[in-house]
Design a protein around this ligand. Structure first.
Ligand code: M6R
Length: 615
């Protein structure tokens, strides 16, 4: 979590830093800060709150001139969100200035040691400890900043992406990474630093991503000096051409990123299967799977690890892999899997799903699975992310940047790619005939236009949101393929509208949650016509007899549920295994409208961050 931005070059740093922080605000928004160096003075401003608050404050209190600057938007770990704990942080001499994303786990013992040597601390942060440790090393060893950073980082335990400069070296910034992402944009005699490439995309397409345990000295007029933190060995920079474009990271006329991303789903799903799905030939091409086909086919089981919405996509995939490809699947919360000494062998295939590709728990689960000899396949959206680099092979979802903290298009594109993999394996295993595969692929090609149709429910959903916006609780029910959709619907509502919501398999209702139902309780039931339709209808009857309010997601033309429910929202008919791609759409819209009507910050819900890079 936390977003960091830095600039050194011939332009004014301040506008680049502020705009960059606004783009990275999805990573944390408890507080923000900026430091601009004009070669003589450091002008530093920080505040609790959002980048907009920082902008107002800094523009009224500091001089903004300077060609070197660093900025930070914080998701608090150590120390409450207040002005003092906000980054950047000075060292005691005032000569070093740092921003940091991550956690220094042994900060307390280092702090005690530094206090003994006379250091004074103003904040509760681990970051202030790190910058003073660097200062102490620099003085004691009589070394330059780069060397001091390297020695200091070898003494810390934890995760970090740092950017630090020394007032005695106005042409240099030092960066380092372990566990938290850090991209470097390379322009003409200028460098950009950021947690992802979005802050500098309009300035340069040339970028490199630091690998874990690497640091770089960025000096104007010089080549990047890239080193391994552990042993100072030289690394050759891998500079890539970025594919990102500016339109993708702006709102494009929508009020919120979340709404834009909901509406992008037809295109995003198409982009996910574009070039991979050849329906007419009954073919699926995916290099990561093609090159490792034997591993998938000989696997005893597939273990899926993920968190949050990606975990829900994993649950849908469990149904898909077992149902279509007849491969046993287990779905694990990455955070539980990594700590419970799981039985994993080299006969297991582990699929890690992550939109950001940076989720700390998922990364740790991957490392554990690799240690135990499993083949690890990644499903990520962010190109070049840590998970995409850490896994043995993988496939990108190509959903485009997802900036709203609530995941929407990530979910549907993850399901799309996992469906493709399952279908491919079904074909290779001989479970699916060519004609059956052809039929499936053709239907998959119809999904983007069916999602368009599902989006047409927006007006009706808005009306329903108006009725239920003041609810305090909400129940989401679904069976089979749509049970994970119920979980996802509930997660969407609680994370952006702060209404308590629970997702349940519809049949489990009678084992407990039914006690919650009264005339005030909205129950959202997914009741599409395939699968266990009759059983779900019985569940709806049970809710109705207890006077619960029923909002049902049904297949176009349904008449039975219409008789029972307070509201029905129709989605087009499709194969049962593809229904989650449609039924999830009105649930995303419902949470969006309710959150909006309740005055919540839809794109940046409280206490959350888009990329969870802490455990
Ligand atoms: O980037 P990831 O897919 O690994 O993120 C996992 C979760 O943090 C994420 O899905 C989270 O639950 C979202 N806020 C849900 O909308």
């Amino acid at each position: 979590m936390c977003g960091i931005v830095g600039y050194i070059g011939h332009r004014d740093a301040y506008p680049i830093i502020i705009k960059g922080l606004q783009r990275l605000e999805y990573r944390g928004y408890d507080s923000a800060g900026v430091a601009i160096y004009d070669g003589k003075n450091i002008n530093l401003s920080k505040t609790k709150g959002k980048v907009e608050d920082l902008k107002k404050k800094s523009e009224s209190e500091i001089s903004l001139a300077g060609k070197l600057g660093i900025g930070h938007t914080r998701w608090a770990t150590h120390g409450v969100p207040n002005d003092v704990n906000s980054h950047p942080h000075y060292s005691n001499s005032g000569e070093l200035v740092i921003i940091h994303n991550g956690i220094i786990e042994n900060y307390d013992s280092i702090k005690k040691e530094l206090i003994k040597r006379g250091y004074v601390f103003h904040s509760d942060t681990d970051t202030e400890v790190l910058v003073n440790l660097i200062e102490e090393v620099k003085k004691k060893e009589d070394v330059k900043l780069g060397k001091a950073v390297q020695i200091a980082l070898n003494q810390v335990v934890g995760a970090y992406a740092i950017t630090v400069f020394d007032i005695n070296k106005p042409d240099e910034i030092v960066v380092a990474k372990l566990g938290s992402p850090l991209a470097i944009g390379i322009g003409e005699n200028e460098f950009f630093i950021a947690s992802d490439a979005s802050p500098f995309i309009e300035f340069t397409n040339n970028a490199m991503y630091l690998e874990d345990e690497q640091m770089a000295i960025l000096r104007l007029g010089k080549e990047i000096k890239l080193r391994k933190i552990k042993d100072d060995s030289v690394v050759y920079p891998n500079i890539q051409e970025l594919q990102l474009n500016i339109e993708e990271i702006e709102k494009g006329g929508y009020d919120h990123f979340m709404l834009k991303e909901i509406y992008e789903q037809p295109r995003a799903i198409l982009d996910t299967y574009r070039g991979r799905l050849l329906a007419s030939q009954g073919l699926i091409k995916m290099a990561g799977v093609d090159d490792n086909l034997e591993k998938f086919l000989n696997a005893n089981r597939i273990i899926i690890v993920a968190c949050g919405t990606s975990w829900h996509a994993g649950l849908v995939a469990e149904y898909i892999f077992e149902d279509l490809a007849r491969i046993p699947v287990e779905v694990e919360y990455a955070s539980e899997f990594r700590y419970r000494n799981p039985v994993i062998t080299d006969k297991d295939v582990v699929i890690a799903i992550s939109q950001s590709g940076e989720t700390a728990d998922t990364l740790a689960a991957i490392k554990l699975a690799k240690e135990k000899g499993a083949f690890v396949f990644g499903v990520c959206n962010v190109v070049g992310s840590s998970i995409s680099r850490e896994t043995d092979a993988g496939a990108y979802t190509h959903a485009g940047p997802e900036i709203g903290v609530a995941s929407t298009k990530a979910f549907t594109t993850q399901i799309t790619i996992l469906t493709l993999i399952a279908l491919k394996l079904a074909k290779e295993k001989g479970v699916f005939s060519t004609s059956k595969l052809h039929e499936f692929l053709t239907e998959l090609e119809n999904i983007p236009s069916k999602v368009e149709k599902a989006l047409q429910s927006n007006k009706l959903v808005e009306k329903i949101a108006e009725v239920y916006k003041d609810s305090t609780n909400c129940l989401y029910l679904g069976r089979g393929y749509n049970f994970p959709v119920a979980l996802e619907g509930a997660l969407k509502l609680k994370e952006i509208s702060y209404i308590h919501a629970e997702g349940y398999p519809a049949a489990e209702m009678k084992h407990g949650p039914i006690a919650l139902i009264d005339e005030h309780m909205p129950v959202i039931v997914i009741a599409t016509n395939k699968g266990h339709y009759d059983k779900v209808v019985s569940n709806i009857q049970e809710i109705k007899s207890r006077k619960g309010r029923i909002i049902a997601i049904v297949t176009e033309g349904d008449t039975t549920v219409k008789e029972l429910a307070d509201y029905v929202i129709e989605v087009p008919e499709t194969f049962e295994s593809l229904t989650p791609l449609l039924t999830t759409i009105p649930l995303q819209l419902l949470s969006y409208h309710i959150a909006l009507m309740r005055g919540c910050n839809v794109d940046q819900p409280r206490n959350l961050a888009k990329s969870v890079t802490v455990e």
